[in-house]
Design a protein around this ligand. Structure first.
Ligand code: KG4
Ligand code: ZN
Length: 386
């Protein structure tokens, strides 16, 4: 079964063709980073307009790279939420119109479910009625950690009889175990980078710079949560960074970098992480290294605590922040020490893409799910029961 996936929930216009929920024939992602970077964050209206310009060429390109015509697809899967409403609507309307014009079945996919399926897709463990599914990573605890989300789920498959069809693909169930009460982890990376004028998006650049600083230079302490220990909060940490910068020499240094970067951009160029590092003092490098360590420690600790509570042996980590090299190392080390298997998608599938939407959509289409003609986008769209 060939599924055409479409994703436009934030600032990437993406389309992909995935065969049988496990073989990526093409995955095209048009990034809007150059459009938003001078604002230090996504500008929703600019994002919607850019999606409108890119959506048709991106879908065409995904078909071309897969060597198929859109009419050869057996179904269309489109992100229905959560995300920026103006951005979501572009991909959703395009997918809906394409499916109607070609007479193909359509399903809406929750973006968060897509991130979970990015892990399954890449580990090639989600097969139709795969008897090895349990050993291979389901049930599990999944951390989805990105610019918009920081959520913990318990993921399991419904018993075959529940799907009502002997040959139906596995149906997935999600229970929400915890989530951020304020900023998402990626948002904290982006805001700290903006404060220190390190470029946009902040995660990748802080990841690189942190390698040159001392992660123990600043002790931010553990993040304490009242109530559920599986919830997250990163706004206090962001404020702690702000207090260290404000009125200090780091502030003047950041202002200098800001001026230098806008000159760089005025010449139509983008500074690399190395260019930026050359303009960072040791104190700045130590601060970002310590900030990253505080975020990573918190993510690893709460996720593994959830895995222990849920009595699962596998942990999935997905979303843009899953690209973070220290996060990957810390998870691998701690998981091994405590006897869990941990799975990440490759970096290209960790950030927003449409292959994950096609993969999640495949299971829905195979189980007979169909969106009706009233399918619409939802800015807020929780996944699973809590
Ligand atoms: O999944 P994604 O592409 O979009 C959302 O659904 O939000 O994630 C983007 C986020 C941004 O906040 C970006 O700074 C962060 O992922 N990110 C990283 C890294 N690469 C991307 N954060 C930390 N370390 C990285 N290497
Ligand atoms: Zn995402």
């Amino acid at each position: 079964m060939l599924v055409l996936g479409i994703e436009s929930s934030c600032d990437e216009t993406a389309a992909a063709i995935v065969a049988d929920g496990e073989r990526i024939l093409s995955s095209v992602v048009a990034s809007q980073v150059p459009l938003h970077e001078k604002y230090g964050g996504v500008v929703p209206e600019l994002a919607s307009r850019e999606h409108l310009r890119r959506i048709a060429p991106v879908v065409d390109e995904a078909c071309r790279r897969a060597g198929i015509a859109a009419r050869d697809a057996d179904g269309v899967a489109v992100t229905e939420g959560p995300g920026l409403i103006g951005s979501l609507l572009v991909g959703l309307v395009y997918g809906k119109a394409l499916a109607a014009a070609l007479g193909k079945p359509l399903v809406g996919v929750n973006h968060l479910e897509g991130h979970i399926h990015a892990v399954l897709l890449e580990n090639k463990i989600a097969r139709r009625a795969d008897p090895g599914l349990e050993e291979a990573g389901v049930p599990n605890v999944t951390l989805v950690v990105s610019g918009g989300h920081t959520v913990l789920y318990r993921v399991e498959t419904a018993p075959a009889s529940d799907s009502g069809d002997a040959v139906a693909a596995a149906t997935f169930r999600y229970a929400r175990l915890g989530q951020t009460r304020d900023d998402a982890a990626g948002e904290a990376f982006d805001k700290v980078a903006k404060l220190l004028a390190l470029g946009y998006p902040g995660g990748p650049v802080i990841d690189k710079l942190a390698g040159f600083g001392d992660p123990e230079a600043v002790d931010f302490g553990r993040i304490r949560m009242k109530g559920s220990a599986l919830d997250f909060s990163f706004s206090g940490l962001k404020t702690a960074v702000l207090y260290r910068v404000r009125g200090s020499t780091l502030e003047a240094e950041a202002e200098e970098r800001r001026r230098w970067q806008s000159e760089f951009r005025a010449h139509g160029r983008r500074p690399t992480a190395d260019d930026i590092r050359e303009r960072c003092s040791r104190d700045t490098l130590n601060l970002v290294a310590s900030f990253q360590r505080a975020v990573v420690t918190d993510l690893v600790e709460r996720t593994l605590a959830a895995a222990e509570n849920e009595n699962v042996s596998s942990v999935f980590v997905s979303g843009g922040v899953a690209c973070n090299s220290q996060l990957r190392r810390s998870f691998a080390r701690e998981a091994r020490r405590r006897g869990f298997s941990v799975f990440f998608p490759s970096p290209a599938l960790s950030t927003d893409n449409a292959a994950m939407i096609a993969a999640a959509g495949y299971f829905k289409l195979a189980a007979g799910e169909r969106a009706d003609r009233t399918l619409t986008a939802h800015a807020s769209f929780p996944l699973g029961v809590s």
